[in-house]
Design a protein around this ligand. Structure first.
Ligand code: HEM
Length: 382
């Protein structure tokens, strides 16, 4: 049986303003309330949206790029993501990914490992430190090292990325002069890139004949920054509280679990290009649909004691379309391997048998464009 979207349940909202006040101030609680109403639910934001989180919904929304389009969805709201491959739809999206994918594959990135380990070792803190700020600096420098062999001026890169660490509306505001200066700096590196960097690989493979390299690299910086940094901050917090997991060989499972509990890309959106049916729901053309890795990863039907930190759960495998920290399907995160490599290298110095202890702070989730810890997260390393 097919349910029309207008008959879907809605969580309680304001009579006139709908769900906009909760969306603005408590978006995660709003999603939790929606999930309690049903596996697919409606919200009244500035336009009606339909949200689902079960694996059948994820599969329907993420596999079919022709019906579920990216352009016109929520990523258009921020200049940081309204560009490059993020802003393309089929068939251009396919061409762009073909040009970009080989250079972000784990095999292509493996030679960067030593360089990233050096950056991590150089920045490893001694004594007390605040993990969100530490992670922001380290990830910025790692991205600069991987993509550009550290040839972008760090103060300019820091200014470009800083709004992404601040709450809304900071990441939503246009900053044409700053973006122009960063594009010019990226352009100078791309004109004569250092061998071994991702920029050099892209230039050597003539990817610039298919995509705008400067724009793609700017979007990669923005998409890869706060996502990776916030994941790293939460990982440090949990590792400080669980010394048994502070082993290099255990880090992949720890990172899976951190990304399950705190998927930085907590919410994704699409627009239907035509009338369609997803997970038994009839959606008219031009409907905004949302999927939520956060709700999927906290669903007790998929995960035993979903709010508990337990990396050992990944020994049992993972549910199909039920573990999607990097999304899934043809639009899966371009930088997933780079993110995991940076996170692994960043955490290795903390697996040296030394002390890592929680001093205090607030690891609760706060949601903007990405999920971030409320913070601060104060730790000390011996
Ligand atoms: C832990 C870190 C990261 C997380 C959690 C993450 C998460 C995601 C998610 C969920 C999406 C899909 C968004 C959608 O629904 O359309 C995505 C897409 C994307 N990510 Fe990441 N990401 C991370 C790191 C990175 C890095 C390091 C890069 C740098 C290359 C990157 C570049 C991109 C790009 C370019 C896209 C768009 C792909 C497309 O539309 O085809 N991300 N990411």
């Amino acid at each position: 049986m097919t349910v029309p979207a207008r008959h879907l349940p809605r969580p309680p909202g304001h009579r006139v303003l709908g769900h906009l006040p909760q969306w603005t101030f408590h978006p995660v609680s709003l999603l939790d309330a929606g999930a309690a109403a049903g596996p697919v639910f409606r919200l009244r934001l500035w336009r009606p949206v339909v949200v689902g989180y079960r694996p059948d919904w994820n599969r329907a929304v993420l596999k079919d790029l022709d019906t579920f389009r990216s352009r016109g969805s929520l990523s258009d709201l921020t200049p940081y993501l309204a560009g490059g491959v993020v802003h393309t739809d089929v068939p251009e999206h396919d061409h762009s990914r073909r040009a970009l994918n080989p250079h972000f594959h784990s095999r292509a990135l493996a030679p960067l490992t030593d360089r990233l380990r050096e950056v991590a070792a150089w920045h490893a803190p001694v004594g007390s430190f605040e993990a969100v700020a530490f992670a922001g600096t380290l990830v910025r420098r790692m991205l600069n090292a991987a993509l550009f062999d550290t040839r972008l001026p760090d103060p300019l890169l820091a200014r470009f990325l800083a709004p992404l660490q601040r709450p809304n509306p900071a990441p939503l505001l246009p900053r044409p002069r700053l973006f122009g200066r960063l594009d010019a700096a990226i352009g100078r590196v791309v004109a004569d890139p250092s061998p071994g960097s991702v920029a050099a690989d892209l230039v050597d493979a003539r990817a610039g004949e298919t995509v705008d390299l400067v724009e793609e690299l700017r979007v990669a910086l923005a998409a890869g920054y706060d996502t990776t940094a916030h994941t790293l901050a939460w990982a440090l917090w949990h590792l400080a509280g669980a010394p048994a997991w502070r082993r290099v060989d255990a880090l992949p499972r720890v990172l899976d679990e951190i990304q399950r509990l705190y998927p930085a890309g907590w919410l994704g959106s699409r627009i239907t290009s035509r009338a369609t049916v997803a997970a038994g729901v009839a959606l008219p053309a031009r409907t905004m649909v949302l999927y939520s890795p956060y709700l999927t990863h906290r669903d007790p039907r998929l995960w035993w004691q979903p709010d508990r930190f337990g990396p050992e759960r990944f020994d049992q495998g993972r549910p199909a379309w039920g573990f999607i920290p990097f999304s899934a399907g043809p639009r899966t995160c371009l930088g997933a391997h780079l993110a995991r490599l940076m996170l692994q290298c960043a955490l290795e110095p903390f697996c040296d048998g030394g002390e890592l202890t929680v001093l205090g702070g607030d690891p609760a989730v706060r949601a903007g464009i990405t999920l971030r810890p409320a913070g601060p997260l104060w730790l000390t390393r011996g």
